[in-house]
Write a protein of this length. Sequence first.
Length: 128
Amino acid sequence: MALFGSNKSIKKTGAAKSSAAEKKMPSERSRSSAQKESKRVLIRPRITEKAANMTAVNVYAFDIARDATKRDVMLAVKAFYKVNPLKVNVVNTPAKRVKMRRKRGFGAQSAGRKAYVFLKKGEEIQFA
C-alpha cells in the first residue's frame, strides 16, 4: 500500500517531453484575421460636434466593443486605418433612462464604450 507518496518510481522524462510539445510559439495573425478583429473592436467612428472639434488636434473618437481593451483598440486602428496611435483613452458611457414620447413611461438608452485615439502630428484618418 503506497500512501502519502512512498512509491517513488515515477519517471519525469515523459512529462517533460509532453510539456515541451505543448509550448509552441504563437504564430502571427494573418492580415485578413486582423482586419476581421478590427471590425469587431471598432464599431463605428463617433461623429459628434465634440469629436469634429477634436480632429483639429489629431484626436479621433470611436464607439468600441464593451470587452475591448486599449491595446485592442490600438491594434485595430493600426490594422484598419494604417496609422500609428500615440495613445488611447477609453471612456465607459452609462445607460440612461429616456422618456418615450408615444408610449407612456421610460425606455433605456444602452450603455457602451468610446475610445479617443491620439495620433502624431501630420497623420490623419479619413472617414469616407
